[in-house]
Every structure is written in C-alpha cells, then in structure tokens.
Design a protein. Structure first.
Length: 630
C-alpha cells in the first residue's frame, strides 16, 4: 500500500545493465553487526525494504550511463538519479492526515467561539483566548521541528511526533467539548451545585485551559505532518505531494462546513448531547483514522543512517537559541519565501477573521437604512440571519478552493522534469512509473494495460500545461488577484455580488495553501539530495558547502518549517492590532447604517497583498541552480 515503484533511472538503463543489477547478489538482512560499517549496511538494507523515498546515491555504473540514456540531457538526469518516482496512491496516503488536521482546525475556529460564549466567557476575554493560536504557532512548531530533526528512533523522525500530537489532539477535543460534564461531575462528588457561579467559573477556566492545550497539540501534529511530506516525497514530486495536501485540506474544510450544518445530535445521539460535542467526536475519529492510515502505510527513511544528532542541550531556552541561530543562517530562497509569507498572512488574516462579519454587514445594511431606529432585539435577530448568510458564503469559498486546488496543478508547469521511460519527452511527476520494486529489491514490470493508461494521461496532462506558468509565478499572480478582489469590495452593494467576490478568493487561497509549502519543500528536499550525493550541486560556494554536508542542521525540514510557521503566525497578532485601530476609527454603533469598517480592514489586507506580490519577484524558481549543471 505504500506505493512501491522504481527509480526513474532504471527506465533508461540498457537491458544488460538492468540484468546485471537484477542478478547482483544482495546482502542478507540478518547479517551480523560486528562493526559500525556492518551495522550501517544492515540498516540501509532494512531501509531499502521499506522503500524509503530518499534513496541512496547511485553507483559509478549508473553515472557512466546517465548522460547517454537520458533524453533530456545531463542536467535533468543529475536531478533525478537515485530518487524513485512515487505512485499516486503513495502520495495520497502520505498526505491523507491533512483531512483530519483541517477538520480539527475547522471545528475549533468555526465552532469554538459560540461554545466558549455559551459558558459565559465575555467577548473581550475571548480575543485573549484565541491568542493561543499564534502563540502555539510561534513556539510549538519550531520546537517540535528541531526536536524531530534530532530524533533517531527506528520509526523515523516525524512519525513519533505525529502519533503523539494525534493522541493529544483527540484527548483535547473530547475534554474541551465535555467541559461541563467533566468539571460538573468532578465537583459534584464534593457536593457542589452544577448551577452555582463557582462551578460555572471552573468550567470556563477548564475550557480555556484546554483551548490552549488543543492548540499546542494540533500544532505538534501539523509540524509533524508537514515535515513528513518533505521527508517522504522525492525532490521532483514535492509540488505534487503538496498539491495533494492542499486538495485534502479542502476536502476536510468542506466536510467540516457540511457537518456543522446538520443536526448531528439527532443523527449521532451516541456521540454527544450537543452539536459541539458530536462535532468534536467526529473530528477526533477522523484525525485518529487518517493519521493511523498514513503512518502505517508510509515509512520514513531510517534516521539512524544520518548518524548521531548534534550534541546540544534540549531545553526549551536552548532550542529557542538554536532556532534564532538557524533563522540568521536561513538559505536565501527560504528567507525570501518567509518574508513574502509574513506580508501575505498580514493580508489574509483580516479576511479569515472577519469575512463572515463582512457579509453580515452587507446583508443588514438595507434593513437598517429602511429602519434606522430598529429595536435592539430585531437588530440581533437580523445579525443572526446575516451571520448565517456569511456561513453560506464561506461554503462557496471552500468549494471554489477545492476546485482550484484540483485543477491548478494540472496547468502549472512542474518545477522538476521526470524523464519519460519511452524517450519521447517528459513524464508527469504525479503518475506511476512503468516498473516497480519487489520486496527483494529486484525490478519487475507493471502491466501493459497500466502503461497504456499512463501514456494517455501523460499526453493529456502535458497538453494542458502552460510551460511559462511556473508555481512561483502562479503564487506571484495570486497576491495581485487577491488584492484586486479585496478592493473590488468598494463596488459590492448586495449579498450576491459579495458572495461572488468571496468565492473567487478561493482561487488565490488554494495557491496560498500550496505554493509556498511546495517551494520550501522543493528547496529543502533538493538541498538534502545534494548533501546525500543524489544530485549535483550548483557550482557556487553554497553548493560546495551543501555537498560537503556543512551546516546541515539548518537545512532540515523540521527547523525550516518551524521558522516558516513563525512567519505565518506572527502577523496574526499584528493584523489584530491594526484591524482594532481601523475599527476604532471607522466603526459605528451596532444597528447604525453605513458601517464599512470591516470592508476597510479587508482593503488593508489588499494593500499588504500587493507588498507580498512585489516581494515574490525576488523568489527564485524551485529548480533554479540545479538545472544549469551541464
């Protein structure tokens, strides 16, 4: 089920070469471990049997044949030798945990606020509660990233943290949704009245604590899953793997919205008494199943092959100090992407925070203009209907995001070109090669039927691809499209037009959920492949350092993705402060017509998106510096 397949290099070897490799003796997996070298060989053999995506450097025989047999020239062959192309099923299993992750985030962010308000928590305190998100993103993900980079367990670097984060997230969701019953039942043992103010306060405190616990747990899970993709997908399939992560994120998002609109306690009375309890139970179940499926079917490369990690202190302060040092020594491409992300998420947070309120303002505006002195009760009822309309707009947004994440990867040119085994051109990075590897390590051909299907799909995909539309250029365009849509709100005077705008925003959002992660993953994977000798480094000082393995800790997926998440989370606090200032200057009393404060907060986001687009011009293409080695 792990999608076993061959390295692309095998498809270009002459029959004699393949025969020599097939008949070559293999080292038994139970060879004695009498020395360090023999132990390393055994671990490598075990790793091959697990079909690790990060394979080992090719031998001299392959090197001598590469330039002759590659139809695309020596540079593309050097890019791919030693890395096997993974099947579509493998990539889906690798990223399926994103469904559970997104449902978990969706339940917390979309339905957590009403639940906390029902416990008596004020709106002013609620804003402090939701600081848990950016705080955990800034602290937890970098910490988990560095710790997992240093992990040397047989299971792998990331799977222990995925499993731990999964268990903690499931327990946190269930504890949060059953706060009343847990605290009330416990204090009831001592004779406390469940309706007393003391018990209600204790319930609220318990719930707030578990919001923070949940955020820390789900950030641990997210950090592990993102690094898992980088480590387990080959360099030339990082774009495809992250595209599937984006698609499955969209599936989880839509599933969350659809579930929230149903009467779940009536459908699943055995999962809980309230809508929030059943939602959390379903989210916990999906998180557990998807992550168990992924971890059980996709095996990481054995981290023991990397040797012992750097001898450094593991305390929080020491790791934060290591993070600061890594930040100062970021690879140039990663640094540019993080700078773009800071401005981009400063643009996106006003939309993500206030889009429902924006639709609600447009909905209630004509009613307030018709009756400026409407009773407060009717105003509140009107806003409830407006919020429901805003939720419908979010469903349109989620559907458009999913459609865009499905379609866009087919028209965007891949960053890395996989040689076509037939010698007739390039092959898709997403499809299965024509050979697979048996459990013993020998090559075996796949069926002629599948080969014919693959050729048809490759031809179709190649025809609709726009060669000049690279992933980096798509990301650049998405910033300007988002900015234009935010300023188009000036013309929105009715809910229908506003819904069209919100739906269209799903396209740049799909790119935002895909492009930067794919660009970072490609860069990290490329640098790791250079260090392992799988591809030839560019003839630069930095390339020589990579080839020598110098400063490798700064290039590992965990620390890089942790720093990237700081660039994503930190703008949330700044965006909240700026939007608060905009509201203070422009907001009118509730029930007063003509309030456009939220719309201007969105337009501020549009200005930040323009800045992000300008910064994206500095970002290089993900394969730059590797293809030029002729």
């Amino acid at each position: 089920m792990s999608g076993k397949s061959s390295s692309p290099r095998s498809a270009h070897e002459d029959p004699g070469s393949s025969k020599r490799r097939a008949n070559a003796p293999t080292k038994p997996s139970n060879s004695p471990r009498n020395s360090t070298n023999s132990q390393r060989r055994v671990v490598e053999e075990e790793d091959r049997n697990e079909q690790s995506p990060l394979l080992h450097p090719s031998d001299s025989e392959d090197d001598s044949e590469a330039d002759v047999n590659s139809p695309l020239g020596s540079d593309e062959w050097q890019l791919h030798k030693g890395e096997e192309t993974k099947t579509l099923g493998y990539l889906i299993l690798l990223t399926v945990g994103q469904i559970g992750l997104q449902i978990g985030w969706g339940v917390e962010t979309s339905y957590g606020s009403p639940f906390l308000l029902s416990l008596g928590i004020s709106k002013s305190l609620l804003s402090l509660v939701w600081l848990a998100g950016p705080l955990s993103g800034v602290i937890v993900q970098p910490y988990v990233g560095i710790k997992s980079d240093r992990c040397r367990m047989r299971w792998g670097k990331r799977r222990p943290f995925i499993v731990g984060g999964c268990i903690a997230t499931v327990l946190s969701l269930l504890s949060l949704s059953w706060s009343r019953e847990i605290v009330g039942g416990f204090l009831g043992l001592f004779g406390a009245d469940r309706e007393s103010s003391g018990v209600k306060t204790s319930v609220a405190v318990f719930a707030v604590i578990f919001v923070y616990v949940l955020d820390f747990a789900i950030n641990t899970l997210q950090a592990g899953l993102r690094a898992y993709i980088v480590d387990c997908a080959p360099t030339h399939q990082q774009d495809t793997a992250n595209a599937w992560a984006s698609r499955l994120n969209g599936v989880g998002n839509i599933a969350c919205f659809l579930a929230g609109g149903a009467d779940l306690p009536k459908i699943f009375p055995f999962l809980g008494k309230t809508q929030f309890q059943v939602l959390c139970a379903i989210a916990a179940l999906v998180i557990a199943l998807t992550n168990i499926l992924s971890c059980a079917t996709v095996h990481e490369r054995d981290p023991r092959l990397d040797g012992e990690p750097p001898d450094r202190e593991d305390g929080l302060l020491h790791i934060l100090a290591d993070l600061f040092r890594a930040f100062r020594r970021l690879p140039p491409q990663i640094e540019k992407i993080c700078l773009v992300q800071f401005m981009a998420w400063l643009a996106w947070f006003p939309f993500l925070f206030y889009v429902t309120t924006y639709i609600g303002e447009i909905y209630v505006e004509p009613y307030l203009q018709a009756d400026p002195h409407m009773d407060p009760e009717k105003v509140e009822e009107l806003w409830v209907r407006g919020t429901r309309v805003g939720t419908d707009a979010l469903l349109v947004f989620a559907l458009m995001t999913l459609l865009a994440s499905i379609f866009l990867p087919f028209i965007i040119a891949p960053a890395f070109i996989t040689p076509d085994p037939s010698g007739n051109g390039r092959a898709s990075t997403a499809l299965t090669p024509t050979t697979s590897i048996s459990g013993s390590g020998h090559l075996k051909p796949q069926s002629k039927k599948w080969s014919a299907v693959r050729r048809v799909l490759n031809t179709w995909e190649t025809r609709i691809q726009i060669d000049s539309l690279t992933l980096r250029r798509t990301w650049l365009l998405s910033h300007f499209v988002y900015a234009a849509l935010m300023w188009l709100t000036i013309l929105a005077r009715n809910v229908t037009f506003a819904k069209i705008i919100i739906g269209a925003v799903g396209i740049p959002w799909a790119v935002t959920m895909w492009a930067p992660f794919a660009l970072i993953a490609s860069e990290v994977s490329k640098r790791d492949a250079i260090r392992r000798g799988l591809i030839k480094p560019p003839p630069t000082v930095e390339g020589n350092l990579l080839a020598s393995g110098e400063d490798g800790a700064v290039d590992q997926a965990g620390v890089i993705l942790g720093i990237h998440n700081v660039a994503v989370s930190a703008p949330q606090v700044l965006a909240t402060l700026i939007c608060s200032l905009i509201f203070k200057l422009l907001q009118k009393p509730r029930g007063t017509p003509g309030d456009t404060s939220v719309a201007w907060a969105l337009r501020f986001g549009g200005l930040c998106a323009v800045a992000a687009g300008m910064l994206t011009f500095r970002v290089g293409e993900s394969a730059e510096g590797v293809r030029s080695n002729r």
